[in-house]
Design a protein around this ligand. Structure first.
Ligand code: KIV
Length: 271
């Protein structure tokens, strides 16, 4: 029996090598096969099937409602599209906080059923035992510190995190714990750039920033945000690399007009 292995695919070892070489890592979220195929062809290093799907795909106000099965459904499409990039799936709220056993069971379920390469979960020391058990079970884990949207009800909003010294010290401590536990990478969300730089230098694993300045080992953005599809959302850290909302609305408007005035389909578009 021959097994086809694509050695051009990104691995956690290659990501570490990129950090060592000072080569920046580019990560984007994706939630479906069609867009993920384009993103992969463009050469992205890592996909995040983020629980931001709860907002972007499902229209919820928060990330909290999305379930393990819904994350698996979305991740399968991204995995089928990923010829090159490593695919990370977010573990949704409630899937790893109850017990270490449940956390490991859910992480394995996500890996087995979606085909993704790794999982991401939010938090530091509080969830360290769960992270250690997952890594012992062979699950590659990405950490996530700073603004952790699953804790929005505790934080009371989506403001900048770790401005004060005590929170900054805890974040640095947590990052070191996650690194020592064997996380292959850590996301830092919406924290001061100077703190993100300090964390990036203090840990051996690659650090991926979002709203955390340009001294991290790489960056992640929500695909729909950076493509300008989400018109109402423009935090300071977000750059629109395209303005697709306008293009989509123009195209749909032209389609509607063409249907209404019977110019679509024309004779060449008919059988
Ligand atoms: O769910 C998500 O999209 C994320 C990124 C913002 C890092 O966790």
């Amino acid at each position: 029996m021959s097994v086809h292995v694509q050695n051009s695919r990104m691995t956690t070892a290659k990501l570490r090598q990129m950090k060592a070489n000072g080569e920046k890592i580019a990560m984007l979220t994706s939630y479906d096969f069609t867009l993920a195929s384009l993103v992969d062809e463009a050469g992205i290093d890592m996909f995040l099937v983020g629980d931001s799907a709860s907002n972007v795909v499902c229209g919820n106000q928060y990330t909290l409602p999305i379930t393990v099965d819904e994350m698996i459904f979305l991740t399968k499409g991204v995995v089928r599209a990923a010829q090159h990039a490593l695919v990370v799936c977010d573990m949704p709220f409630g899937s790893y906080q109850v017990s270490e056993e449940e956390a490991v069971r859910n992480a394995i379920k996500i890996l087995k059923e979606s085909g993704c390469d790794a999982v991401k979960l939010e938090g530091g020391e509080e969830i360290l035992p769960a992270i250690k058990h997952m890594i012992q079970a062979g699950v590659p884990v990405m950490g996530h510190l700073g603004l952790t949207p699953q804790s929005v009800n505790q934080f009371g909003g989506y403001g900048l995190r770790a401005k004060e010294e005590a929170e900054a010290e805890k974040l640095l401590h947590d990052a070191k714990l996650l690194d020592e536990a064997g996380c292959f990478s850590i996301v830092l969300e919406k924290i001061p750039a100077a703190l993100a730089e300090k964390v990036t230098k203090a840990v051996s694993c690659p650090v991926i920033g979002i709203g955390a300045g340009n001294k991290c080992d790489g960056q992640v953005l929500v695909l729909h945000d950076m493509l300008g599809l989400n018109q109402g959302f423009k935090p300071k850290f977000l750059r629109h690399f395209a303005s697709l909302a306008g293009e989509v609305k123009t195209a749909v408007g032209e389609y509607i007009n063409a249907v209404k005035d019977s110019s679509f389909p024309n004779s060449e578009e008919s059988y």
